[in-house]
Write a protein that binds this ligand. Structure first.
Ligand code: BES
Ligand code: MN
Ligand code: ZN
Length: 500
């Protein structure tokens, strides 16, 4: 879907479909919606007066002008109550409207920017949210495109009457296009079957991002990792048939004068559990165990498109976790690249193993902040719910506050959980510096405490186990890979950029 911006009156738009909106409780529509209502002889006011349309959040009504204006159909979307209306309301409204337009086979759609009129939201932010909600809702995974007849909306034109707002709208829309590209990339990578989205395929995706945006890229193979003594990462890769790839993307690599943020993403392309094999029921969901890596790639794609004025590094240790004659086993003792030793309790606690060496490697960039994203524990999903919120662990208040504010701005929910020392005691080992599992209780806290052993900089860990893959569609997220984390990371980086 192409995005265009036009100055003018939406009443005159030549698109086949136009989108206007209405707050709940409004009886006489104003602004652009009022202009369309007047041109249609009061058709929208009539629907309101008759109780046929209330303007509730996500409610849609379609009005047919039959020649009264150029457009064939008018989609009116409810915004809900004006009180408390926010950017998430804008994304939802835009998504509901574009989905209906698509279902009606609309090709060219014109829309007003939701929320920038009586909604009172910042114009650029409202335009960004309108385009974000539209593009994210219209997302389709390529493989699905083959089996369904195409009825995708081709262009979405934002129409604005006030010429002074055009610049802000264009800027907001351009940001949204860059963000949606990152989210779509992350969704695509998660949606690919695990025999396609192999470590090599993820490395190829990284190489494309690098060549598109002039990043440095390092694709470390087994030997590369062995030279760097990455015993924890290599232990997991030991049983993998697919060659492991330790992938690094560097944006503004030489600009050590800029604030440096390292993004680390767990890249287990399929998690069988290894020798501590998982039950077969729903094991296929473990194709999403590279959701952290996908979020990092998505964020890097957006960083490149926006040319974010920060030094941003993406590190994604990628491998399968397979049972095999060479696989690592429970009771093995493994040495990570910082010299710490790990007693293996469960080969299914593999995410923390690959992250350990990645977090140690992150140190070499002298980072101002390191954020890792990982589909790390079922315990986090038990604690917070599936699709509800990611767990946040953080050793630095400034970083935590910035992440929480990015979470508020994007509605990608994160919820802070504690890093108590008690959790460290539960991974005490008699034969090594630590165990890789602390048992059943407090499983999310022990996993984060394990990771902390490999960090010595401001660090945040996001457990996205319940967030990367969704069985159900959300307001602007089709079922499947969600791209969770991309918008959060980009918003965090933008906050960092502003405070520089
Ligand atoms: N990839 C899983 C965690 C997971 C669970 C992700 C559900 C998405 C949905 C992870 O590698 C894992 O197996 N964790 C174990 C850890 C345990 C062995 C200490 C778990 O959560 O059971
Ligand atoms: Mn596992
Ligand atoms: Zn895993």
């Amino acid at each position: 879907m192409d995005i265009k911006i036009e100055k003018g009156n939406i009443v005159d738009a030549t698109s086949d479909t136009i989108i206007v909106n209405l707050f709940e409780g409004v009886t006489v529509p104003g602004g652009a919606t009022g202009a369309v209502d007047a041109a249609l002889g009061g058709a929208i006011s009539d629907l309101i007066a008759g109780g046929d349309f209330k303007g509730e959040s996500g409610e849609i009504t379609v009005v047919y002008p039959r020649g009264a204006i150029a457009a064939r159909r008018v989609v009116v979307v409810g915004l809900g109550k004006a009180d408390g209306f926010d950017l998430e309301g804008v994304r939802r409204a835009a998504a509901a409207a574009i989905k209906r337009a698509r279902d009606l086979n609309a090709r060219n759609v014109a829309s007003i920017v939701h929320g920038a009129g009586i909604g009172g939201l910042d114009v650029a932010a409202a335009a960004q949210a309108t385009v974000e909600g539209s593009l994210l809702a219209a997302y389709r995974f390529d493989a699905d495109k083959k089996k369904e007849p195409q009825n995708d909306v081709q262009t979405l034109t934002l129409v604005e009457y006030d010429g002074e707002r055009i610049e802000a709208i264009s800027a907001g829309a351009a940001t949204a296009v860059a963000i949606a590209a990152g989210v779509s990339l992350a969704r695509d990578l998660v949606n690919m079957p695990p025999n396609v989205a192999t470590p090599s395929r993820l490395a190829a995706a990284a190489e494309k991002i690098a060549s598109d945006h002039g990043f440095n890229v390092i694709i470390g193979d087994r030997e590369w990792a062995a030279e760097r003594h990455m015993g924890a990462y290599l232990a997991v890769a030991q049983g993998a048939g697919e060659p492991p790839k330790f992938v690094i993307l560097e944006h503004n690599a030489d600009r050590t004068d800029l604030p440096t943020v390292v993004l680390v993403g767990k890249g287990i392309t399929f998690d069988t559990g290894g020798i501590s094999i998982k039950p077969s029921e729903r094991m296929g969901d473990m194709k999403s165990d590279m959701g952290g890596a996908a979020a990092v790639f998505g964020a890097m794609e957006t960083v490149g498109r926006l040319n974010v004025p920060l030094r941003v590094i993406g590190i994604t240790p990628c491998t399968e976790n397979m049972p095999d004659a060479n696989a690592y086993r429970p009771a093995d003792v493994i040495k990570a690249s910082n010299g710490k030793t790990i007693e293996i309790i469960s080969t299914d606690a593999e995410g923390r193993m690959v992250l350990a060496d990645a977090l140690v490697y992150a140190e070499s960039y002298k980072p101002d902040a390191v954020i890792d994203l990982a589909t790390l524990t079922g315990a986090c999903v038990i604690a917070l719910g599936g699709g509800v919120a990611a767990g946040l662990f953080c050793n630095d208040d400034t970083l935590k506050d910035r992440l929480l504010s990015a979470s508020g701005a994007t509605s990608e929910r994160i919820w802070q959980l504690p890093l108590y020392d008690d959790y460290r005691r539960s991974i005490n080992s008699d034969v090594a510096d630590m165990k890789n599992s602390g048992g059943r209780f407090g499983g999310v806290g022990t996993s984060a405490t394990f990771l902390r052993e490999f960090t010595n900089y401001p660090w945040a860990h996001l457990d996205i186990a319940g967030m990367a893959l969704s069985e159900k569609a959300g307001d602007y997220t089709p079922a499947g890979g969600t791209g969770f984390g991309v918008r959060l990371l980009v918003s965090y980086l933008q906050g960092m950029e502003r405070s520089k």
